[in-house]
Design a protein around this ligand. Structure first.
Ligand code: MN
Length: 282
């Protein structure tokens, strides 16, 4: 099942995407929560109830404006250097433990939203990533139970201002990654039953139709269960938290000549079984 959030008068609402049509879940079954964040908090049982409601519901009429699947996550966690070839093209050895950083929720953007290139950076780069959305939260989640805490998966784009990330005093990793609109993800959340093996999905980034990253999540150094177990030793994971899990090789800063995003560029992140995230730069 594919689940989305869309803009409505009272805020965001959860819908299922079936055959290109959107079914509002709470309208189909008023005992279901209104938002996708509240729905994923119910864990696998909530997803089962949502699937039943989606079958019985009626499609929304008129234009639907998509939001990011969780438009307001409490945490946007990110993993750096999680593909061995990307670590090497960045000039470092693959790390022995996961490297976590974060973005603020103000960086979140939806499919078809604009990526705003800030005048403060001349080196905005692209990074295609598999994004995990947390369902049931928890702390000290054991690796063996970690996959049960995943509500679904989305294509994501870790937009990165390299001049801030790498060249500022002390390396402003956080600030370079968290300009507004630097965390687009979507268009939909794909539930685990439909996503297939999350560690065996083709992942691509295309810039203006040209493929610049082309890999598979089989190349992840730290698998999703290890990431969830590792970070939940430190902080409680909450329903709707998102984790950007790292990018494969082929980023713009490592190319000769280097490639950075320009106004008018269209970036697409496609992940097998999950769909295509598209954003234009301005
Ligand atoms: Mn990244």
């Amino acid at each position: 099942m594919k689940l989305v959030s869309y803009a409505a008068a009272g805020g965001s609402r959860a819908a299922a995407l079936i055959d290109g049509r959107y079914i509002d879940l709470n309208a189909a079954d008023p005992t279901l929560p209104i938002t996708l964040k509240e729905l994923v908090a119910l864990g696998p049982e909530g997803l089962t109830r949502a699937a039943a409601a989606a079958k019985a519901g009626k499609p929304l009429a008129g234009d639907v404006r998509l939001l990011a699947p969780i438009p307001d996550p409490q945490k946007v966690l990110c993993v750096g250097l999680n593909y061995a070839d990307h670590a090497r093209e960045s000039g470092v050895e693959p790390p022995p433990e996961p490297v976590f950083f974060c973005k603020f929720p103000t960086a979140v953007a939806a499919h078809d939203d604009v990526i705003r290139l800030p005048k403060q950076s001349a080196q905005v780069d692209y990074e295609a990533e598999l994004v995990v959305v947390i369902g049931r939260g928890g702390r000290d989640i054991p690796k063996e139970k970690a996959l049960e805490h995943i509500a679904g998966y989305c294509p994501g784009h870790d937009v990165s201002a390299r001049d801030w990330q790498l060249n500022k005093p002390g390396k402003q990793w956080l600030l370079g990654k968290t300009f507004d609109t630097f965390a687009p993800y979507g268009p939909a959340l794909t539930t685990p039953d439909e996503a297939g093996d999350p560690h065996n999905l083709k992942i691509q980034l295309r810039l203006n139709g040209k493929t610049l990253q082309d890999s598979t999540t089989a190349q992840l150094i730290f698998k999703l269960d290890e990431l969830i177990a590792y970070v939940s030793q430190v902080c409680t994971l909450s329903p709707g938290d998102v984790i950007f899990t790292g990018t494969p090789p082929g980023v713009g800063m490592a190319r000769k000549p280097q490639v950075f995003l320009k106004p008018g560029d269209v970036a697409e992140v496609e992940i097998e079984n999950l769909g295509t995230l598209r954003n234009k730069c301005e």
